[in-house]
Each structure stands twice: as structure tokens, then as C-alpha cells.
Design a protein around this ligand. Structure first.
Ligand code: ADP
Length: 400
């Protein structure tokens, strides 16, 4: 009888993708535990987290960064930089660390509890100190971003950090309200997918309004899976990116008018954008596996910025890993554009015409056009999306 029950449980779980490292982490304190930890936190030394670290804390606690249970210790950190793997061999491509000043380190010892505050002064979590170590910001930048150029937004953020890392497991005591908005935790999304009966789910990462090339990728993928998760990154982005609240309005209007309601979901990913190109593509895919997705879209220059990375570097990096250890299927797409002669969206794989028949605009160009009150062509973006962006830009300008 017992054997039969165990077999049944296994069968039921077969349709749900395994989290990275095998276990979905949950470091959220509830009820009485939370109450007593909050009391403890009030008496503990505290650190004020940047918005970037607060979102890391939240994503670790909710299991989005499984198998991580806290900020990285030195052995994991060094291995991630050099090998793109944790110390135990599990693939992991970006350091998740909490930097602190030398002065702070001198007041702490392993075994201490540190309370983690937001910039608003609220206590959001606790860290059990296991290690404190000095690190080289330049070396980190070089490994992660492939450059130490301070003009690279990720390198710039790295160079601004403190000189030591504080490492150890964390516990979340309070959900950061701003990050909780439109967010479903990995456990919540997994339940939603099960309820919807979706077994294959493709995730789409973006830090931009959705344009026609994005839509082409998403809908091509949707032809072969049960559901599409539009999972826009809404944590820290660089100053000239379009702010998340404006983007959310543009996603709503697009979904309402052009997407099948029963096959598409919108939920946010409150992480900071690193602009680390290839390494971030690996990270983005592993994290989406934790949210229960089975497929992940990687297009042209995924998570890139300027011309630091080759157009398809973020796809080539996956060749280093076997499908089994990655555990999520990568759907790699070529550069997509609108072809005037084909009168449709296409890529070099499907369109025989010369580049002068192709309409494609860079994000920078679109932002420039919007700023000057120019309307980007409908072959580039759905007019409803542009309307939202224009309205919001005008409103912001009037408020200034
Ligand atoms: P990011 O990858 O930095 O979030 P975007 O929001 O522009 O940047 O891109 C979201 C996804 O769409 C990425 O996988 C990217 O590679 C892909 N993508 C964006 N534009 C195109 C395009 N014209 N052709 C193919 N893929 C694209």
C-alpha cells in the first residue's frame, strides 16, 4: 500500500519541472517564528540594503534563486566567477552577494545575526553571519561582464559596492510591498500553472515595452507549448530604460487586444538588471525554471547593452552545459524584423529579402523618437502600445 502511494506521488509530480538543484527554497518566516525573529532583529546590528540587495533578499527567500539559501560564501563566489558553477558543481552564472564596508565587518563575527533593513528603515530580513571576505571588484567585473569599462552599467554598479562580502543564510520577515506588487512567488506560479493544466510553459524575459519582434518570438514559441509567461524584469534598471509602471500599462493594453487570455500570463520578476549578456541569460533561464517554466526564450543580444557582447553570445554560452543539467529548454531565436516585401515578421531563416526591406529599430532609437514626440512605425510596435508610452511620457514631462 505504502509503495503504491509513493508511486502515485511521483506520478503526480512528473508534470512539474524540478527546481534548480532539486529543492524549491522557502526562507520566509511565518506567524510565531516571524514574531520572535522580529524581536530578535530589533536588538541585532543592522545593515541598510540597496534596492538591488533587497530584491536579491526577496528572490532568495521566495525560492526564485534556488538552490541558494543566502548570500554566497567565498567558495561558491569564486567558483561561480571562474567556472559558472557553485562549489558543489551546480550551474550558477552570477554572484549573489551582499557587500559591506570594512568598518562594518570589524564589528561582526561569524555566528552573529544581522538585521537587514530597506532604505525606508523597515526590517525585511535577517542574515546569519557565516563568513566575511574581501574580494576584488575589478576581478568580479571582468568575470561577470567580460569588461572592466566603468561605462558598462553593470561594471559601474560593481565598482560602487563596498569592499567586503557578508555571507550566510537569510530569512525574510516582511514582504517588500513594492516588490510584491504583481509578483507571484515560484510556489504560487507553480500552483497557478497546475491549476491551469499547463505542462509546458515558455518564459519571456524583458526590460522593455513589448514590440513586434518580441511578440513574434513569443507567439512562435506559443505554437509549441501550453502557455506563455510574460515575466518582465521590474527591479533596478539603468536610468534611460522605460520605468516599470509605464511598461506594465503597455503590457496590459497589448495583452488585452492581441493575446489569447487563456494561454498567457503576466507576472513580474522583481530582480535588478545586470546587463551581463551571456552570463545573465544563463541566470535568467535557471531562475525561470524555479518559477515552473519548461522553456525560455533567448533572442538577439539577450540582456546586452551597447556593443559589449556579440549578437548571439547569449545563445552560444549554453553550449557549455548539457540539457540535463540545465533542466530548462532554451528556445534560441535569430534577430527578428518586419519585412516589407514579405509583409510579415520574419528572420534571416525565413525571409529571402535584402536588409533594406527590413524594419527594425533599436531601443535607443525608439526612446529618442518618443522623447521627440515622433511615433515609431506600426511595423515596429503596435499603435496601442505607443499610445500608452506617449501618454505616460507627456504626463511625466508635465509633472516635472
Ligand atoms: P533584455 O534581454 O535586456 O531584457 P529586451 O527586453 O530587449 O532585452 O529583450 C527581451 C528578449 O527578446 C531577449 O531574449 C532578447 O534577446 C529578445 N529580442 C529583443 N529584440 C529582438 C529582435 N529584434 N529579434 C530577436 N530577439 C529579440
Amino acid at each position: 500500500m505504502l509503495i503504491a502511494i509513493i508511486t502515485l506521488c511521483r506520478k503526480e509530480n512528473d508534470s512539474v519541472i524540478e527546481p534548480h538543484g532539486g529543492l524549491l527554497i522557502n526562507r520566509i518566516a511565518e506567524d510565531t517564528e516571524r514574531k520572535s525573529l522580529l524581536e530578535k532583529a530589533a536588538w541585532s546590528p543592522s545593515i541598510t540594503l540597496t534596492s538591488w540587495s533587497l530584491s536579491d533578499l526577496y528572490l532568495i527567500a521566495t525560492g526564485a534563486f534556488s538552490p541558494l539559501t543566502g548570500f554566497m560564501k567565498q567558495a561558491d563566489y569564486v567558483n561561480v566567477l571562474k567556472e559558472m558553477r557553485l562549489e558543489n558543481g551546480t550551474i550558477w552564472s552570477l554572484p549573489i552577494t551582499l557587500s559591506v564596508s570594512k568598518e562594518m565587518v570589524e564589528t561582526l563575527s561569524p555566528g552573529d545575526t544581522v538585521s537587514l533593513k530597506g532604505e525606508d528603515g523597515k526590517i525585511y530580513g535577517l542574515l546569519q553571519v557565516e563568513e566575511m571576505y574581501e574580494y576584488s571588484k575589478k576581478a568580479e567585473a571582468f568575470f561577470v561582464y567580460g569588461t572592466v569599462d566603468p561605462d558598462h552599467p553593470g561594471v559601474q554598479k560593481t565598482l560602487e559596492k563596498e569592499d567586503y562580502n557578508l555571507a550566510g543564510p537569510i530569512t525574510l520577515l516582511t514582504h517588500p510591498e513594492k516588490l510584491r506588487e504583481n509578483f507571484q512567488t515560484p510556489a504560487e506560479l507553480r500552483t497557478t500553472f497546475e491549476e491551469l493544466g499547463w505542462k509546458s510553459i515558455v518564459a519571456f524575459q524583458t526590460r522593455n515595452p513589448i514590440h513586434r519582434a518580441h511578440e513574434y518570438l513569443q507567439k512562435t514559441a506559443l505554437e509549441i507549448v501550453d502557455g506563455l509567461l510574460i515575466h518582465p524584469l521590474v527591479g533596478d534598471t539603468k536610468k534611460d530604460d522605460i520605468p516599470a509602471p509605464i511598461r506594465m500599462k503597455s503590457y496590459d493594453v497589448l495583452l488585452k487586444n492581441y493575446y489569447p487570455k487563456d494561454r498567457v500570463m503576466l507576472s513580474v520578476f522583481p530582480a535588478a538588471m545586470r546587463y551581463a549578456g551571456p552570463r545573465e541569460a544563463v541566470f535568467h533561464s535557471l531562475v525561470r525554471k524555479n518559477f515552473g517554466c519548461t522553456h525560455f526564450i533567448v533572442g538577439r543580444d539577450h540582456a546586452g547593452v551597447g556593443d559589449y557582447y556579440g549578437t548571439y553570445d547569449a545563445q552560444k554560452i549554453f553550449e557549455q552545459f548539457s540539457k540535463e543539467e540545465l533542466g530548462i529548454e532554451i528556445l534560441a531565436f535569430e534577430h527578428a524584423f518586419y519585412c516589407i516585401t514579405c509583409a510579415s515578421m520574419a528572420t534571416a531563416k525565413t525571409c529571402p529579402h535584402e536588409a533594406n526591406f527590413h524594419i527594425h529599430l533599436s531601443g535607443t532609437k525608439v526612446r529618442e523618437m518618443l522623447k521627440n514626440g515622433q511615433i515609431p512605425p506600426k511595423e515596429f510596435s503596435r499603435p496601442e502600445v505607443i499610445e500608452v508610452l506617449m501618454d505616460e511620457m507627456n504626463r511625466t514631462n508635465e509633472e516635472k
